[in-house]
Design a protein around this ligand. Structure first.
Ligand code: HEM
Length: 416
């Protein structure tokens, strides 16, 4: 006999989730004194959980599946139809291999070389300007970097539009009304544009170099030997471009962390790679970005004496696990040194998902994100000088994704 899971009373709690944002699950884990609880979301029973042990079962492919887990509003904006996020089993593994084959040291170096070159050009441009809005500038810089890495050619006068469309895709999933539709329209536009490029690659009219993402994805084979349809290839190319632009959110928080912790900034001046890494990890742990991930129970099972019923929507709290006092000392203090002695576990530090890259849904771009953040940290600390004038640097724990309100205005940028 299993016990009854702690549960939130009431007909539906979707509004509480939207009102409490990043803290919704953590608040209830505290008040129920339980890492797992039942609630009702989108009119149906749902389970929420967080912590290392919860992450371990969430990433067990025998217990959870992604099929039918993502709400339509997410598929229409953030994910795209038939993308890797929605697949399970062999189909997922085949598609994920396509992504992970890009994440070799050689390809990551090619990415950071492009990023460094683009940083230099951006810094030259910013030097000529009185001030910049860092969030916007950095997105454009990331978009240029992503397109070059992927082998997608974009004209200079198209970059701004493309950046705005990719931004709308990751800013709109939780939005209501026109902001949400902005994301849907942006996705339709970019999918159509990339879809046409893929048709031209397949007809031989466009011939990207063999190592590029555009080439590899266009010619990737399904387990049955067939090519992906060109809409799906477009969705997966966007699954590279969009999240690279989204690294702008972490970079905004990097600037904020440097601003609020001058003593940590000083430690980075020696340019030691280990210090860069610890700082980047702490930015990814500490600041809110991706709140939770969703899956459905694959078949009935019992965990911690509670029954998980087949088909139940289950959310794993990423933010709350990264702030879990059972895992982290003083989780609400920004302290990069905690990573000096940290014992790596794929289930306790999960800003970009947990578990295994190939067998599970852990973020394909985690290493790329860390490398780009390290390059950027080096620029911010050791390659340029800038001032942060008075402005509203506060950020919300409710809006998803959270972005500092001023989007970070920087003045008097100079190369050192
Ligand atoms: C900007 C920082 C990023 C954050 C916060 C982030 C976060 C995440 C999260 C939470 C997941 C889902 C994990 C799960 O479902 O269990 C994910 C999946 C994914 N991410 Fe990222 N990501 C980032 C950057 C990137 C980058 C740079 C790329 C590509 C270069 C990328 C590509 C992907 C892909 C393809 C998936 C789907 C993996 C799968 O379903 O198997 N992400 N990411």
């Amino acid at each position: 006999m299993s016990n009854m899971m702690p549960h939130e009373k009431g007909i539906d709690h979707t509004l509480s989730l939207l009102r409490e944002g990043y803290l919704y699950i953590l608040n209830r884990r505290r008040s129920f004194s339980s890492d797992v609880f039942e609630t009702r979301l989108l009119g149906k029973k749902a389970i929420c959980m967080g912590g290392k042990e919860a992450a371990e079962i969430f990433y067990d492919p025998e217990k959870f599946q992604r099929k039918g887990a993502a709400p339509n509003r997410l598929v229409q904006t953030l994910f795209g139809k038939k993308g890797v996020q929605t697949l399970d089993g062999q189909k997922h593994k085949n598609r994920k291999e396509m992504f992970m084959s890009l994440m070799t040291p050689h390809e990551l170096k090619r990415l950071t070389d492009i990023a460094k070159k683009e940083w230099k050009l951006a810094a030259q441009k910013w030097e000529q300007m009185d001030q910049i809005i860092f969030y916007e500038e950095v997105q454009e810089w990331l978009c240029r970097t992503a397109c070059q890495w992927a082998g997608v050619q974009v004209r200079d006068d198209e970059i701004k539009h493309l950046t705005n469309d990719l931004e709308a895709m990751f800013e709109s999933p939780a939005a209501m009304g026109p902001d949400h539709w902005k994301g849907r329209n942006a996705r339709n536009r970019v999918e159509k544009w990339i879809g046409e490029i893929i048709t031209r690659v397949r007809s031989g009219e466009v011939q990207p170099a063999e190592h590029t993402i555009l080439h590899r994805f266009s010619w990737h084979r399904n387990p049955d030997g067939s090519l992906l349809d060109h809409e799906t290839v477009a969705v997966e190319v966007i699954n590279i471009l969009r999240p690279i632009v989204a690294i702008a959110i972490f970079m905004n928080f990097t600037v904020l962390a440097l601003h609020h912790h001058p003593e940590e900034r000083e430690k980075l001046e020696s340019g030691d790679e280990k210090d860069y890494r610890m700082f980047v990890q702490e930015v990814r742990r500490y600041y809110p970005f991706f709140p939770f991930v969703a899956a459905r129970v694959k078949k009935d099972f019992i965990w911690m004496n509670y029954t998980f019923e087949k088909g139940t929507l289950t959310l794993l709290d990423l933010y709350g696990t990264n702030h879990d006092p059972k895992i982290w000392d003083n989780p609400d203090i920004f302290n990069p040194q905690r990573f000096a002695e940290w014992e790596e576990s794929p289930f306790s530090f999960i800003p970009q998902g947990g578990g295994d890259y190939l067998l599970g849904h852990r973020c394909a771009g985690e290493w790329a994100t860390i490398e780009i953040m390290k390059v950027s940290l080096d620029y911010l600390v050791n390659q340029i000088e800038y001032q942060i004038p008075d402005q509203d640097l506060s950020y919300s724990m409710v809006s998803i994704p959270s972005i500092p309100r001023s989007k970070i205005v920087m003045k008097n940028i100079k190369r050192k």
